[in-house]
Design a protein around this ligand. Structure first.
Ligand code: GLU
Ligand code: ZN
Length: 284
C-alpha cells in the first residue's frame, strides 16, 4: 500500500491538514506500506520555500515519517506536458481565452436549447463551451487548455468510469454517469497559461508515477475525483482506491481555510499542545 499527503506550500498547515496527513500515514503504517509526502507547488506565484519548510517541520513534529527526497510538482513539468500532448493528439483539448467575466456573461445570455440556470461543478461555473473547437496543429504552449468533456467521455469504455471508495460516507463502487459529467462538470481546465499543468492533470500523473494505491483526502474533492478517474482511463493509468474523509470544521461548523491561522499547527505548538492533543482534537 502506498498513500500520500499532497499539501500546497501556500500557508500554514491547520487541523484539517493534520487530520488528512495522519489518516494517510496511519493507513499506510497499519498495512506496513509507505506514506509519501508530495509538494503541490504548481502555483509558483503562491508557493513559498518557508511554507514548505514549515510543512516538513509540522509533520515531523506530529510524528510522521516519509521517504526523501519528496516529489515537488514544479520539478515534473516534462511529465505533465507529455500527458497534455497525448490528450491534445487525441483531439480532446482546445485552447480557451475566456476570462471569468466572459464565462459569466456567456452564461447569463439566453442560450438556445439550454434553458437551465448556470451550473457549478468542482471548479466553479460549468464552462459554456464558447471556445470549443477541434484542435489542429501542435499543442500551443502557454495557453489555457480545456478538456472537451463530451468527446472525452465518448472515448472511454463506460465500465472504466468507476472507482472504489472506502470513505465512510459513500463507501462502495462508484459508477460515473457521463451525462452528469458533461452537465455537472463540463470542459475543465487542464493547463493554465501561467502555471502549465493544472491540478487535475498533475494529480493523476503524480499518483500514477509514484505508484499511489490509496488516495486519502477530504470529502471536498469527491466530485473532482470523477475528473481524475476519466483522465486515468484516457491516459491508461492505474486507478487507486479512494478514501474521502470528513472535513474538520471550526466550532461554527465552517470548514477550516488556509488563512485560518488560529488553527495552524504551528500556533498549537507554540501554545504547548502535544501531537496527541492534536490527534484528540480531530477525533483520532
Ligand atoms: N494540494 C491539493 C490540496 O491540498 C491536493 C489534493 C489531493 O490530495 O489530491 O487540496
Ligand atoms: Zn473560452
Amino acid at each position: 500500500m502506498i498513500t500520500r499527503f499532497a499539501p500546497s506550500p501556500t500557508g500554514p498547515l491547520h487541523l484539517g491538514h493534520a487530520y488528512s496527513a495522519i489518516i494517510a500515514h496511519d493507513m499506510a503504517r497499519a498495512a506496513q506500506g509507505t506514506f509519501l509526502l508530495r509538494i503541490d507547488d504548481l502555483d509558483q506565484s503562491r508557493a513559498r520555500p518557508e511554507w514548505e519548510a514549515q510543512i516538513f517541520d509540522d509533520l515531523h513534529w506530529l510524528g510522521l515519517e516519509w521517504p526523501t527526497p519528496v516529489r515537488r510538482e514544479s520539478e515534473h513539468h516534462g511529465e505533465y506536458h507529455a500527458a497534455l500532448d497525448r490528450l491534445w493528439n487525441m483531439g480532446l483539448l482546445y485552447p480557451c481565452t475566456c476570462t471569468r467575466r466572459d464565462i459569466r456573461e456567456a452564461l447569463s445570455a439566453p442560450q438556445e436549447g439550454l434553458p437551465d440556470a448556470p451550473r457549478t461543478g468542482p471548479d466553479g461555473l460549468v464552462y459554456p463551451g464558447t471556445c470549443r473547437t477541434v484542435p489542429t496543429g501542435p499543442r500551443p504552449e502557454h495557453a489555457t487548455l480545456r478538456l472537451n468533456m463530451g468527446e472525452a467521455c465518448s472515448r472511454v469504455q463506460a465500465d472504466t468510469l468507476q472507482f472504489e471508495e472506502t470513505g465512510s460516507d459513500h463507501a462502495g463502487r462508484i459508477c460515473l454517469s457521463t451525462a452528469s459529467m458533461i452537465h455537472g462538470i463540463g470542459d475543465v481546465v487542464l493547463a493554465r497559461k501561467d502555471m502549465g499543468a493544472a491540478y487535475h492533470l498533475a494529480v493523476v500523473v503524480d499518483d500514477a508515477a509514484q505508484g499511489v494505491t490509496h488516495v486519502t483526502r477530504g470529502a471536498d474533492l469527491f466530485e473532482a475525483t470523477r475528473i481524475h478517474v476519466l483522465l486515468q482511463s484516457l491516459l491508461a493509468l492505474p486507478k487507486p482506491i479512494y478514501h474521502h474523509h470528513k472535513l474538520i470544521r471550526d466550532e461554527a461548523g465552517k470548514r477550516l481555510a488556509k488563512r485560518d491561522d488560529a488553527r495552524a499547527i504551528a500556533t498549537y505548538r507554540e501554545e504547548g499542545l502535544s501531537p496527541d492533543d492534536i490527534r484528540r482534537m480531530v477525533g483520532l
